[in-house]
Design a protein around this ligand. Structure first.
Ligand code: FAD
Length: 494
């Protein structure tokens, strides 16, 4: 066990809260500093200014929570989830008829879990609240850090609620033994750490912006059960693959669906030239058939409703850019959300970080002159070495999955490979064959291993299929060859 230390966590999102739980359950004094107010306070402005976002929680996130030393945590979290056992692909046939096609994620029926990000976060905060060695500091914004002297500075807003006008700001200074940066994609910790360490850093934006919609519950459900409130299947992640665009819907535990539109920036520029939204229904009917029936009366009304009131002028919509960080040398990394792994990977980071810290602390205990600080340095070095490969791997997988979700799910080759790999998994279990999706979402193998194994499977399949094809065509080809050779011989003889 790591010796009792003052551990400071920056950011009380899902990852920061779990990191605080890991640190506190090892007996450390933990302080959590959060820029915004307490999420559990209804007056706190949610992250991204929307209600919240619905996320897919999968095995890696669950596994990290399983190891947090809080037996009740998993049941507590799972109670607020809805299992999604596959994708529901929506489209239109050439004759104009709408169709939906269910594609299970996994031949064994395993499901990913839809969860409200805010709800999960609140549950983690509730558990932390009960721990005597944890202190929260809300409305505290990290403004500076000195990693040589282990000091940090925060801007503190004194007031009743976050964002309130007229709040006075003051600065405080704290010290710490160890700081964990979990302050999101635009991390201030990462920014300040760069001044103290040689850090490779790269950030790219993809040409895709996202904004949110809601599908409301049925007005007249058949009965009082939650399930009968949903207007489309609650046990699927719904996808309208629009090739250049994508619209998805994830169920919430109140009978609604939180939907996200992903579209290139030019789409939003086009919208600005159409402030009345007159063209939006046509656009939706072309790319996301059936959606306008689920989101009455007109999607533009929902786009407008995304705007924090009052709408300033005609740029009414709030669309947020998607970003990913390529190379990094610290714990923080961000990725595009198309594999549903951003938070899962962040939670897994916490588990791996503390496993490695524990290992080095144990090794340090066995030495004559303990030096927890240098043991931690060695641990962080190992963590960076190990985790950087996996961060690259999941970044790449997430980018590839955008193509898969908005286009490949419709292709025959994609479906054939998925079917074949699942059959091999069931009928030849000894081969250890699995689809890439299963490895990422239902397992805990390193992301870099997932990529390696999936590429290997792809090569083996390609060789086997090429062999089969030549085998099948071999007979006829030889016959044609013989006939042509005989004809040629005759022609030469003549
Ligand atoms: P955040 O949730 O960003 O929290 C960071 C916290 O730090 C915030 O509370 C913030 O207020 C605070 N903070 C920021 N700056 C400071 C400062 N200077 N001082 C103090 N505090 C500060 N992931 C999945 O696993 N599955 C999904 O299905 C999924 N879907 C997604 C869909 C969309 C559209 C998007 C955008 C993301 C999705 N993600 C998904 C990713 C997921 O939302 C993030 O990975 C996750 O929220 C990261 O959690 P976090 O705690 O690291 O950071």
């Amino acid at each position: 066990m790591v010796k009792k230390q003052k551990i400071v966590v920056i950011g009380a999102g899902p990852v920061g809260s779990l990191a605080a739980l890991y640190a506190a359950s090892r007996g450390n004094d933990v302080e959590i500093y959060e820029l915004r107010g307490d999420l559990r306070d209804p007056s706190t402005t949610p992250l991204n200014f929307t209600k919240s976002i619905n996320l897919a929680l999968s095995e890696r996130g669950l596994n990290a929570m399983r190891h947090a030393g809080q037996p009740k945590l998993i049941d507590h979290v799972k109670a607020a989830t809805i299992p999604m056992r596959g994708r529901m692909i929506h489209g239109k046939k050439p004759n104009g008829q709408l169709y939906e096609e269910a594609q299970d994620y996994d031949i064994h029926g395993r499901a990913i879990l839809a969860i409200d990000r805010g709800g999960l976060n609140k549950r983690l905060l509730d558990i932390l609240e009960e721990m005597p060695n944890v202190t929260f500091f809300f409305n505290h914004k990290l403004t500076g850090a000195d990693f040589n002297k282990n000091k940090a500075w925060f801007e503190v807003k004194d007031g009743t609620s976050s964002g309130e006008k007229g709040q006075r700001a003051r600065e405080i200074e704290i010290d710490f033994n160890f700081m964990i940066g979990a302050d999101g994609a635009h991390s201030a910790v990462r920014y300040h750490l760069m001044k103290y360490t040689r850090m490779d850093y790269e950030q790219q934006y993809i040409d895709t912006l996202w904004c949110e919609f809601q599908i409301q519950p049925k007005e007249n459900p058949e009965d009082d059960s939650l399930m009968s409130k949903f207007r489309i299947s609650p046990n699927h992640l719904h996808i309208w693959p629009g090739k250049k665009f994508m619209f998805i819907a994830i169920p919430s535990d109140d009978g609604t669906f939180t939907c996200t539109l992903f579209a290139p920036a030019e789409f939003y520029t086009f919208l600005e030239s159409d402030p009345s939204g007159a063209h939006i229904p046509d656009f939706f009917d072309t790319y996301f058939p059936g959606v306008t029936d689920l989101i009455p009366p007109r999607p533009i009304d929902l786009l407008l409703s995304l705007q924090p009131p009052p709408p300033p002028h005609q740029h009414q919509m709030q669309a947020l850019p998607l970003q990913f960080l390529g190379r990094y040398r610290d714990a923080a990394h961000a990725m595009v959300p198309f594999y549903g792994q951003g938070m899962n990977a962040g939670l897994e980071d916490v588990r791996i970080l503390f496993d490695i810290l524990d290992k080095h602390a144990r090794m340090d205990e066995e030495t004559v002159d303990h030096d927890p600080a240098s043991a931690r340095e060695r641990a962080l070095d190992e963590y960076s070495r190990v985790r950087v490969q996996d961060a690259h791997a999941i970044n790449d997988l997430a980018l590839q999955n955008y193509v898969e979700m908005r286009a490949s799910v419709l292709s025959l080759s994609y479906r054939f490979r998925k079917w074949l790999e699942e059959q091999l998994n069931v009928w030849l279990p000894g081969l250890g064959w699995q689809t890439k999706y299963s490895r990422v979402s239902f397992g805990n193998e390193r992301y870099s291993e997932v990529v390696r194994k999936s590429e290997h499977q792809g090569r083996v399949l390609m060789r086997a299929l090429t062999g089969l094809l030549f085998g099948a065509l071999g007979g006829p080809l030889v016959a044609v060859g013989v006939v042509m050779a005989v004809r040629y011989r005759r022609a030469v003889d003549v």
